[in-house]
Structures are given as C-alpha cells and as structure tokens.
Design a protein around this ligand. Sequence first.
Ligand code: GLC
Length: 609
Amino acid sequence: MKQSHFERRLAACYDELKWLYTELYGDTPCFQALLDSMRSFAEARRPALQALDLEREADPGWYRRSDMLGMMLYTEQFAGRLSGIEERIPYLKELRVRYLHLMPLLKMPEEENDGGYAVSDFRQVDGRIGTMEELSRLADVCRAEGMSICLDFIVNHTSDEHEWAVRAKKGEPAYQARYLCFDTYDIPAEYEKTVPQVFPNTAPGNFIFCKEMGKYVLSSFNPYQWDINYKNPAVFHEMAENLLYLANVGIEIFRIDAVPYLWKELGTSCRNLPQVHTVMRMLRMIAKAVCPAVVFKGEVVMAPREVAPYFGPVDKPECDILYNVTTMVCIWNSLATRDVTLLKWQMETMDALPPEFTFVNYVRCHDDIGWGLEERSVEYLGADPLEHKKFLYHFYTGDYPGSFARGELYNYDPVTQDARSCGTCASLCGVEAALEAGDEGLLETAIRRHLMIHAYIASLSGIPVIYSGDEIAQLNDWQYREDPVKAMDSRFIHRGKLDWARAAGRHDRSSVQGRVFTGLQEIIRLRAENPVFSAGAREHTLETGDRAVLAFQREGGGQVLAAAYNFCEQPRRISLALEGDYRDLFTGQAYCGGALELAPYQALWLLRS
Ligand code: GLC
C-alpha cells in the first residue's frame, strides 16, 4: 500500500521524536498513544488543508517573501465579533495584509483574563467573540484571499477556570499534578529565591494560595494564570492535541506565547531551560508531521543572545519566526535620544545571524515596551543604565522636559525603579501632544516620525507587522482608567476600539489618518514590489558620520538598495560610500554620490539603477 503523507513525514522525524520524548518522559506506552493521536488528527485534516500542506512542503519559504505583511488585532476592538472581520477584509486588503494575527479569543474568564491570555478552553471560542465554526469559516475565507490566520497558542499556563484547574480545585490528584501545587510554602519559598517576577507591581510573587485546594500554586503571570507542569506527559499530550485541533480548524501561524517559561526547575530562574527547547522541538516535529502548512512564531521577549536559540540548530529547527524585540526597543530609544548608535549595533547583531532566520519586525504590539537594552552597550555610550532607563520611561509618559510623547508607565517597581512604557505608536510619536497643542508644525513632524519608523521596519530582513490602529494613527485610549477591570493594567491604553469614523477619513490626504494611511500604503506597496525586501537578502550597515542618521545596504533578488533614516527633527546632510547610480523609491529623486540631504525624519530607499 502507498505510504500516506503522514507516515512519510513521521518516518522522517520518528527517531528524534522518540529519543527526545524518552529523554523527558522515559520509555512509556504514552509515546505510542501520542503517535496514534497524531495519526487521527492527520486523517481528520480537511482536503483543502491537506492540499495546503503539500503546497507549503514544496515552497517552505512561502512566508519570507517581500509581499508578506502581518497585522495584529483584537477581534472585539476591530470588528465586534469574528463574523464582523469578514466584512472588513477589503480594508485589510488595502494594506496588503497577508497574515492576520487575531489576539487571544479562546474561552476566557468573564472579567480579568489578561487580554485573553488566560485560556479556559483551548477548543472553544469565547462566546463574546464568536464560535469555533465562525473561526474556521473565517480562516477559509481569508485563505481564499491569500491571508493566513495566526492565533496565539498559550503554552505556559491555563486560566484557573480551565477544566484541569477546576478539577484540581475539587481535589483530584491527577489534575493537581498538571500544575505545580505545594502543601506548604517551603518549596515555593525556595523558588522565590531564584525566579524573577513578571508583573512585580500588578501581580507580585510567583505563587498564590488556593483556598479550595489548600495548596500553593505556581502562577508566574497573574494569580488566575496557573503554570502547567510539562514534567507530566499527560500535559504534553493534551497540549499537543490542542495545537493540532486548532491547526485543523484552519490556523496557519501559531504565536507560541511566553515560550521561555514553560519548564521549571527549582534553583533556577525557570527561564530558557534546556527542556524548553526539547518541548518546542517535539511540538514542531509533531506539527510538521501532521500539518506541515503550519508555522511557529515564538514569543521570546528576552535579551538578544537568548532569543536566537529558539530557532534551534539549522538541522533541528524549533520556531520558524521570532519577534525582533530588541530592535523595537532600540527604535524607541533612538527616537528619544536622536542617536542611532544602539540601533545600528542591534542591526549589526541581527545581520550576523544566519539568513535562514526570520524575524517579525514591529514598532508596537499589545504589550508594553520593556527597556531591556544591553547594559553593556548603554554603559559604552557613557550612560548609567538605570538613569537611562528612567529617562526613557519618563520621556514616553511625556513628563520629561521637551518630550513629544504621551503614554503611561507600566509595572513601576519602586525597589528596582524599573518600569516599562505603554501608548499607541501615534501618541508615543507625538501626534497626541501636537493635536493638544494645536501646532501644525509639530503634527507634521510627529506624522513623519510615525511613518519613518514604519518604513524602517518594512525595510529590515523579516516580516513587518502592523499593530491595528497604527495605520490610522489612533491615539491613546485614556478611558481604560475608568474601567475597574482594566485600570490596573496600563497596556489597555493602547488596546482601544478601532475608530471606524476616523478610518473613514483614511483616503483624505489632508487628515492625520489620511497622511498616515496613504503613507503606509506606499511603504507596503514598494516593499511588496521589490524583491530586495525578501527575507534572506544580505544586509550591512553603512557609516553616515552622523549619530542621528542610520543607513544600511541590502542586496538580494537581483537588486541593491541603500536605505537611510533621519531620527531627528533637523535636516541632515550626510555622505554614503556607495557605488553606482541610485533613485529614491519614494520621491523618484536620483542620487549619484556626494552629499545626501535628509529632511527631518525622512526615510530614503535608494534603489541602484
Ligand atoms: C505574553 C503576552 C502578554 C501576556 C503574557 C502572559 O507575554 O504577550 O500579553 O500577558 O504572555 O500570557
């Protein structure tokens, strides 16, 4: 009999999968149960998805081309319910969105749920957002339009209303064994000595005491998010099955949430442990055997040297895509300091990585901006790291003299004086303050700033992702402070409802939203049409002799591009060591060597003729 595609794919990874499985869970019949379950998911996969599997096996770089562009949004804030998104597909297509990251929408607790990152049922859509059938239908409709749906897969924890937690609370030992529960505080106290806190201000400590159970439970994020125990093979199995279930619904990209946290060992920081990589590698093999159309986008918000290992070795890959978090932070640092030195170093670090690695490049997302700059590099610039961090977070609340930004502090820790920043891209770029001041000059500058950083991320190697609302320069939603469920979490300042009345003016070039929207459309079109922007192009920074201007060159797809960005409000004159004749893709202006003028916050994309 002809071998099925599943058997073929499984055969290719069987030995390694078994080896890793045995390393974590020993030699147990559970492994066979896992294989049986994978087989049944493979058989249940719809013909359209099976066809996609074959297509993508033949074209594994499908998500790395220059026309790839993501948008992330909250279904409720964008369109009310899942069914509403379908009507908005034409809007998304105006921006050439190719993958749509729907923020968490699975069943979650009624009130506090960490923006949906507390999942009560991995196989049910939250009733306020829609149904699983609607999600599946939307995935099909989007696929037909050339758009992939991306969903979070929250691997580290469940909500305390998930069936496992409910049964654990009722005293069932098998379910208590799916979490990390302790009768006394002795062991939790030991953990607390080495495990840092995720939300020191809004959810201090790593444990909660659960009265129903009479036990301490590890909850590294919020008290209602219980960390699950991957030392228990039942946990691994069910989570793998949940992933396959969602893949069969039609999800094509999984954002694997909070990856570094998923394995815990006493006496460690419980971050980035080797077993995390074993679990990720196994999940990847399982997915590639059952549903190879699927790709993994890992959320690893860590220092740069800790991020890249999540791609795994080239012959044993883990994530397909990772977030370029440090670049995002360096962009905001450069805007505040008008100095691109750290951003340039970060680019050089990224450019030294293998071209097979694919990063998501973004300026804003649903989370805060954590000022995790490499201390060494800040020190090198002659700045004290803590003082520099304080400058940044004050700058982005707007209370630093001369700051153009409007935003909020996030999780200020009075002990370490650490804090992060929140706000929409437009408000952090100065649009809100300029409108407040009624100053057309400042407004123009703020819009240029907003567009320039988007041009920058669109020109980097990887996939640009726009945070919904930024395309129309949506401002901070200060109303969150009035909502008792949200008031404690300032991230809600940049999670407001999409203002469709504002969006209606997006084609009017005299409005703020029109200038931003059409500007972004132009950036996206130029990127899509020029193969030099595909992932894998060779990239290196250029000397500009000016700390406010960043320049680099890309070579790929038969094209050569030199890009330059002015990170300050004064015009700059630089010279670049370039050979040949160039033409700016934005203005059509020719450049044949010599001095180069950049207007305030101008982005130049010089294509070699
Ligand atoms: C990720 C999410 C964040 C959430 C956390 C816990 O970091 O981006 O919003 O709070 O995971 O799930």
